[in-house]
Design a protein around this ligand. Structure first.
Ligand SMILES: [Zn+2]
Length: 252
């Protein structure tokens, strides 16, 4: 399996070697690490150069766009010459924490979509309480990049709309939470061919480790929950979602 969105550079309780060993021991053989802060980009280049099975994404998280600088565009273009850069991400809109700079969020989001289009890379989308604006901006500005709705948090209706538009949905630990009725419904409803597994480690730890720090090894609990909701085997979930991830991120 592939953990398609995992901030392993932010995990505090384990070393990188431990994180990767635990992942392998639990059937996760590739990890894709998004950028959030500007300083992440250097860290991610180091990680992808050091570890064979670690891939990276470059970009600025919507909550961090005040630190955006147009010089990042050239920097990302340069870094993206490395074939282990699998996407531009995580980018998007977050109206949950702070609504005071929504316009700047939109502006930087659009710049990063255009950059992804130019680099022919998929976009890994952070959308928190901004479903409509996120969807509309992608539809208006994205020209050919594959779209992943990371940590999908919308309704079944919105999920169907995203699938219809060709987007992939990243499903993480939330689906294992007892009270996550909406998320369970989504995981059951959308075609398996559109689902990607992700932990968003160190956040959103699945049951039975909810409350502790998350890590890529826990992808298996997410796969198990999706399998049980859909009444199929965990192996089928693993097989299909791994193929999905290889297709969308263009990795072997
Ligand atoms: Zn994230």
């Amino acid at each position: 399996m592939i953990d398609t969105h995992s901030h392993i550079n932010m995990i505090e309780s384990l070393s990188l070697d431990e994180i990767i060993k635990n992942a392998f021991d639990n059937g996760i053989d590739k990890i894709i690490v998004p950028s959030a802060y500007p300083a992440d980009m250097e860290n991610i280049m180091d990680l992808v150069n050091k570890y064979d099975n670690v891939y990276g994404m470059l970009g600025i998280h919507p909550s961090e766009v005040k630190s955006w600088d147009d010089s990042f565009i050239e920097k990302i273009k340069n870094y993206a010459k490395n074939s282990k850069i699998a996407a531009i991400g995580e980018i998007g809109l977050d109206y949950y924490w702070d609504k005071s700079f929504n316009d700047l969020q939109k502006e930087v989001f659009i710049k990063q979509i255009k950059l992804a289009n130019e680099l022919n890379l998929p976009i890994d989308i952070h959308d928190r309480e901004a479903h409509k604006d996120t969807y509309d901006i992608i539809q208006e500005h994205n020209n050919g990049s594959k779209v992943i709705m990371h940590c999908f948090s919308g309704s079944v209706e919105f999920a169907r709309e995203c699938v219809k538009a060709g987007f992939y949905l990243g499903i993480g630990g939330v689906v294992t939470f007892k009270n996550a009725v909406k998320m369970k419904e989504v995981a059951k409803d959308v075609p398996l061919e559109k689902i990607l597994l992700e932990t968003d480690a160190p956040y959103l730890t699945p049951v039975p480790f909810r409350g502790k720090e998350n890590q890529p090894a826990y992808v298996k609990y997410i796969a198990e929950e999706i399998a049980s909701l859909r009444e199929i085997t965990k192996e089928e979930v693993a097989l299909v979602t791994t193929e999905n991830a290889k297709t969308v991120f263009n990795i072997k």
